[in-house]
Design a protein around this ligand. Structure first.
Ligand SMILES: NC(=O)c1ccc[n+]([C@@H]2O[C@H](COP(=O)([O-])OP(=O)(O)OC[C@H]3O[C@@H](n4cnc5c(N)ncnc54)[C@H](OP(=O)(O)O)[C@@H]3O)[C@@H](O)[C@H]2O)c1
Length: 245
């Protein structure tokens, strides 16, 4: 798919990877980009970038956005939250609920609202920003991983349903990316610009599953080789953390 001249919508466009997607789409020649965000006060718009107020967990806002942004060819479901808590060790279920309502149900609402828009505009592309933890569970962030696994499964469901209308449905997998989300973590991180570049290449080449960094390639091949060994190692890491507390 040629990106130049198309219209895109990015959720969570006010910061982090979302903001980088907007810049990358502009550089690739999109003629209009809806920069959707929960807060757009003070957001600068211009002839190409149009700020759109959108909380993906608010169904009426999603529906209003789909009516207003009726010319979208590329939808990037980027908005997401990570609370970095264990599934059982978290004091309440509030974090798990927020993650599932945002990462899974919010993305589902966007897919449902924009599938007819993409169809009317010739098919286009729908991109879901997933994670390496869509593939496995890291117990220190157990509920986030579960929400990203649900979003991965959703991506496959949407792909089945939208193939007939010619929509390219893309899942993007990455390890840590250098954004606010990972600000407190000491770990190797990819740059948002590198991830956005891989995604735009994937849209252009029609790639359905984009392993966007070294970590995602490594995890994917380790799991294919021996997923039990992978989980056994995860158990060791978890147990050693418990012993040291
Ligand atoms: N950073 C990583 O290591 C990493 C790795 C793999 C995948 N990902 C995924 O990549 C995506 C972007 O993450 P990021 O690193 O850029 O995170 P980030 O810096 O924390 O930014 C998250 C973005 O999502 C928006 N958002 C959260 N809840 C929303 C809602 N209900 N409606 C609309 N927007 C909402 C935030 O808006 P506000 O400013 O209003 O909060 C913000 O714009 C997420 O889906 C994340 O799961 C991240």
């Amino acid at each position: 798919m040629k990106i130049k001249g198309l219209t895109a919508l990015v959720t969570g466009a006010n910061r982090g990877l979302g903001r980088t997607f907007v810049q990358a789409l502009r550089d690739a020649g999109c003629t209009k980009i809806y920069a959707a965000a929960r807060t757009i006060e003070g957001a600068a718009g211009d002839v190409v970038v149009e700020p759109v107020q959108l909380d993906i967990t608010k169904i009426e806002q999603v529906s209003t956005a789909a009516t207003r942004c009726h010319d979208v060819n590329i939808l990037i479901n980027n908005a997401g939250v990570a609370r970095f808590v264990p599934a059982l060790g978290a004091p309440t279920m509030d974090d798990a609920r927020l993650e599932i309502e945002t990462n899974y149900l919010g993305t589902l609402a966007m897919c449902r609202a924009f599938a007819p828009v993409l169809k009317r505009n010739g098919g286009g592309a729908l991109v879901n920003m997933l994670s390496v933890v869509s593939f496995f569970n890291a117990p220190t962030q157990g509920s986030y991983c579960a929400s990203k696994a649900a979003e991965w499964s959703l991506t496959k469901a949407v792909r089945f349903e939208l193939r007939a209308q010619g929509t390219l449905v893309i899942g993007v997998y990455a390890g840590y990316i250098d954004t606010d989300m990972t600000a407190g973590l000491m770990a190797p991180k990819s740059s948002p610009a590198d991830i956005a570049a891989r995604v735009l290449e994937g849209i252009a080449s029609g790639t359905e599953d984009i392993l966007a960094d070294e970590r995602s390639h490594a995890v994917f091949s380790e799991l294919r080789k021996d997923d039990r060994a992978f989980d056994a190692n995860m158990q060791k890491i978890w147990d050693s953390r418990q012993d040291s507390h």
